[in-house]
Structure formats: C-alpha cells, structure tokens
Design a protein around this ligand. Structure first.
Ligand code: SF4
Ligand code: SF4
Length: 329
C-alpha cells in the first residue's frame, strides 16, 4: 500500500498538521481535552488501532507542506508510542517536527536518539512544548529535565494550563521558571468547569453537547489519528466518528471545502476556540462554520446510525478500525 503513495499537498490555507501517534498517555489529567465529551469512559474508550512505525514514516514522508508549517507529534503522549524513536529517526530529510509532551521520558535517551535538526524550526515559540499538569507530573522533575534538553541543544518551552483550580500555582511556577531562563507560557483552560464554558469561542454553544444540528464546516488542519485515519476535526477524531479518508490511501486528497456536519453542538474546544494562527496572529479559529440549522428527519436518521455527515448516502457503515467505510447489504 505504501509503495505507490504520491505526495500529498497540504493547502496553503492550512494552519496545523497533527500526527496523533497514540492517544494513550502515562498521566491521567481530569481535564484532558481528549475526553472532552465523556470524562467517565476513560482513555480505553478512545484507544484505537495504531499504525506501525514504517507506516507513520510513509505517511509523514508523503506530506508536502506549503511554507513553514511543521508536523506536530502529539497524542495522548506521543513518546509512549512504542516506535516513537523509529519514526523520528527514519523520516525524510527536511521534515520539521514540533512535539507536544508531558516530558515523562528520559532526556538523555531523547538527546542520543533524536537528530537536533528535526526540531530546529525558527518560530516565536519552542518546537518542543512541555505541559505541566499539577498533581500529575512534578515541576521539580520537569525543570531539570527541561534544562537537560536545552543543554543538549533543543529549544524547549514549558506550558501550564490556567485551570481555575490551580491558576495561582501555575503563575508562581511561571515566575520561578522565567528566573531560571526557561520559557514558561500559560494556556487558557478550555472546557466546561462548574457548568461554565471556559475560553473564547467563535460559535456559541458549539461545545456544550446540548443538541445535534446541521452545519457546513471547513477546517484548516490536517489531523491524522493513531490508526492513520484523517479527520475533519478534533471532535470526530476523539469520538472515533467516521473519517474523511486514510493517510495511506493512494487516492486520498485533501479537499479544501466545506463539508456537511450532523453533529454541530458536539464540537471540541480545540476546533472552535479563538486563538493565534501559526504566525502568532490572534483571531484564528481552526474550523469555519456556516449554514447552521435543525437536522432534517432523514439527516437525523443517518446521524442516529453513526453518520456524522461524511458517509455517502446509502447502505454504508463505519467501522472504526476499517480503513474504508464498509458497504452492507
Ligand atoms: S498529559 Fe495531556 S494527554 Fe495526558 S492525560 Fe494529561 S492532558 Fe491528557
Ligand atoms: S461543526 Fe464541530 S463537530 Fe462538526 S465538523 Fe465542524 S468542528 Fe467538527
């Protein structure tokens, strides 16, 4: 399958390319964005089939980006993917990665196995971005590990989420890190806390899970799941809804168009929050949404059968581990 892959052109309007190597994680944050719609089901609910390291290399090698958009390795925790070091040491020359991590790994092993030039992109923020999660990973360990990676020649930044429960602590840690020469930045908490949606969202009520409506939606992000499926948004990926294609399908193309959606109202905060784009300009939203209206009875019947709007009409079902939708008789 991988030998006939043609290059996959990413539209210039795309702002972000994410490879979710795995959704598994070695921490268990109660506010994890992967579990936005259902914090009770745990991570097992969202774990899916994983591509092999060789398949990830083929997938990444076919991606042709316009300009300087990096390929972000994320999850879950991407470094717990068992072939992480295989992937980063085998991709084609010139690939530029960003890494989102909780830094539970050994910095010495990382420095030994990872070529510096993969994470050498010049940008207003560090290519390796470490999240500090109070009560999960320890700041007393993160600070020396961050120093170790910096001394090994990597650009690293620490990030803390301003969750209402520990905002003051995060700000104290930020002061301490800045004094030590560590780039520590804060991130807005996204999600619902005490029945209130935190964050600035372009589309009201989109993340509250209170209704299913129709809309047309266009993304600016290439999102590839652990199984290699390409999703039109984070919500579809985390909820394992039908995908728009598979990254190793030779026929797969990225269509920079609006697509119908039957589950507007169940968006993930990552898809609809107002944020900065890759040029650090504020006001960007990953997904553009228009024509919001009630579902027709036919659309509601399709939604009830698991169609989020991407399946062709007819007797087609989605099996989350299959690489294509399956025809049923
Ligand atoms: S470290 Fe990140 S991916 Fe892991 S549980 Fe915490 S928020 Fe989720
Ligand atoms: S409307 Fe929301 S759930 Fe539907 S595709 Fe867009 S971001 Fe995803």
């Amino acid at each position: 399958m991988t030998s006939t892959l043609h290059p996959l052109a990413v539209p210039e309007t795309y702002n972000y390319i994410a490879t979710f190597l795995t959704l598994a994680c070695n921490l268990d944050c109660s506010y994890c964005i992967n579990l936005h719609e259902d914090t009770t089901g745990g991570r097992k609910r969202i774990l899916t089939e994983h591509m092999t390291g060789e398949e990830w290399v083929a997938a990444i090698d076919r991606i042709e980006t316009a300009g300087s958009t990096p390929i972000t390795l994320q999850g879950g925790e991407p470094t717990v993917y068992k072939e992480f070091y295989h992937v980063v040491s085998r991709v084609k020359e010139g690939v530029q990665f960003d890494l989102l991590t909780n830094l539970q790994f050994d910095p010495a092993e990382f420095a030994r196995k990872v070529p510096r030039e993969l994470f050498s992109r010049q940008a207003p923020y560090a290519p390796i971005r470490v999240s500090y999660h109070p009560g999960q990973n320890k700041i007393e360990e993160l600070i020396p590990k961050t120093h170790a990676l910096m001394e090994a020649g990597f650009r690293v930044g620490l990030y803390g989420v301003l969750h209402p429960s520990f905002k003051d602590h995060i700000l104290d840690v930020q002061t301490q890190c800045l004094k030590e020469g560590i780039d520590f930045r804060t991130k807005e908490y996204l999600g619902v806390f005490k029945n209130e949606a935190n964050g600035v969202y372009r589309y009201p009520h989109a993340i509250e899970g209170l209704f299913n409506k129709y809309c047309d939606c266009k993304t600016t992000e290439l999102l590839i799941s652990p199984s290699g499926h390409v999703y039109r948004c984070h919500s579809d990926l985390y909820e394992a809804r039908p995908a728009v294609g598979h990254i190793l399908d030779p026929k797969f193309r990225i269509l920079d168009i609006f697509k119908p959606c039957f589950v507007y109202g169940h968006c993930n905060p990552c898809d609809v929050k107002v944020k900065t784009n890759r040029f650090q300009q504020y006001g960007h939203t990953s997904c553009e949404i228009e024509h919001i209206r009630e579902l027709t009875p036919e659309e509601e019947a399709r939604r009830a059968q698991g169609d989020n709007g991407v399946l062709p009409p007819g007797p087609v079902v989605w099996k989350r581990d299959a690489r294509q939708p399956v025809e049923v008789s």
